[in-house]
Design a protein around this ligand. Structure first.
Ligand code: MRU
Length: 355
């Protein structure tokens, strides 16, 4: 089965159907889909990174609400419906803390349900929620294309860019954010090369980004995270584009652990560093990046990754899944409405409030 014919996320059937997704933990060895017919399965898929990447997590959670409400009969009491909706939303919100798109999508689903409460017709509310989840999914496709079109203007024919983690079609409905920039540049006829950091400890760069770029015929070179500074010093890199999990009001940006180090290296070597993200990734309730919640994950990911013990039993481990790159390291933020540059509170507020 080729990736071109298979969706990161898809819904099977009408609102009584289920969520299907690529199990990203098996890539690149196996391209395998799993079906999520229960909210617990959706939660587990988000928690264990079967589906990952900020926009994809939001879409999965929106569909997760639909799955979670299927246990409520259409003739149930509206009070019972509201209780269950609250339970499902809180449960899905507990899966991962950093990517704000998860909470953004859940809030959108809650608001949609609330706008129908007067009717007290449970079936009608469920249909409206299903349409909302589909809308979130479809909108993300358009958003990614638009990010790609704005972003590709930053690349010249012959450029080599570096990326970290995976912000591609696997992390979104389709096409990606950071990788959309490369896809769009290629579609515009530019010949580009990409260096992909492997992205310790879960290797989203090597397992997913390198795979996705190769699937689309883009010239990609895989490096270990520790090699990024050297390839920059060697003059091999013209620019960096990464995705984002949450962007504070001043532009401080949380993304996969290691991004901050890449940004420091880029600044040291005078290389432009771009973030590509939809407006749903901005969290204007946070004045700066200090209050972005950073997920800490199991020590086994570092000590026993992919079934191979690589550290002594019982060693102390610190495993934050994300870091925050300060706004002053970011040359521009590529959104579906244009590029924010310079990155500051005023420019962010203007773009987000007029979008
Ligand atoms: O832990 P992950 O794989 O969910 O982390 C993903 C990232 O950090 C991505 O760069 C980010 O979510 C943007 S995806 C378009």
């Amino acid at each position: 089965m080729s990736y071109q014919n298979i969706e990161t996320l898809s819904w099977i059937g009408d609102q009584h159907g289920w969520l299907r997704m690529i199990d990203q933990t098996l890539l690149p060895a196996e391209l395998h889909e799993i079906d999520c017919r229960h909210v617990e399965t959706v939660w587990e898929a988000i928690k264990t990174l079967r589906v990952r990447g900020a926009p994809a997590i939001g879409i999965a959670a929106a569909y997760g609400v639909c799955v979670g409400l299927q246990t409520i009969p259409s003739d149930a009491d509206i009070v019972e419906f509201k209780r269950r909706l609250h339970e499902v939303v809180e449960y899905l919100a507990s899966s991962r803390p950093t990517a704000v798109n998860l909470f953004w999508a859940l809030n959108r689903m809650k608001a949609k349900a609330e706008s129908f409460y007067d009717s007290k017709n449970i079936e009608e509310i469920k249909v409206a929620l299903f349409s909302e989840a589909k809308a979130i999914h479809e909108e993300d496709r358009r958003i990614c294309r638009s990010i790609g079109m704005f972003g590709q203007e930053l690349l010249r024919n012959g450029d080599t860019f570096l990326t970290h983690c995976n912000a591609g079609g696997l992390a979104t409905a389709d096409y990606g954010t950071a990788l959309a920039v490369f896809f769009a540049a290629t579609e515009m006829g530019k010949k580009i090369k990409v260096y992909a950091d492997e992205t310790r400890p879960l290797l989203q760069g090597s397992r997913l980004t390198a795979w996705e770029l190769m699937q689309r015929g883009i010239d990609v070179t895989l490096i270990c995270d520790s090699m990024a500074a050297m390839v920059m010093k060697q003059g091999k890199i013209n620019g960096v584009v990464v995705g984002a999990d949450r962007i504070a009001a001043n532009g401080d940006t949380a993304n996969k652990i290691g991004t901050y180090g890449v940004a420091i290296s880029a600044k040291t070597h005078n290389i432009p560093f771009y973030v590509a993200a939809p407006v749903s990734t901005f969290d204007l309730t946070l004045v700066d990046g200090n209050s972005i919640p950073i997920e800490e994950r199991d020590s086994e990911e570092i000590c026993n990754g992919f079934g191979k013990r690589t550290a002594p039993q019982g060693v102390n481990v610190y495993n934050p899944a994300f870091d925050v790159t300060p706004a002053e390291f970011i040359t521009g933020i590529i959104t579906e409405h244009g590029i924010i540059s310079p990155v500051n509170r005023e420019n962010i507020h203007h773009l987000v409030s007029t979008s």
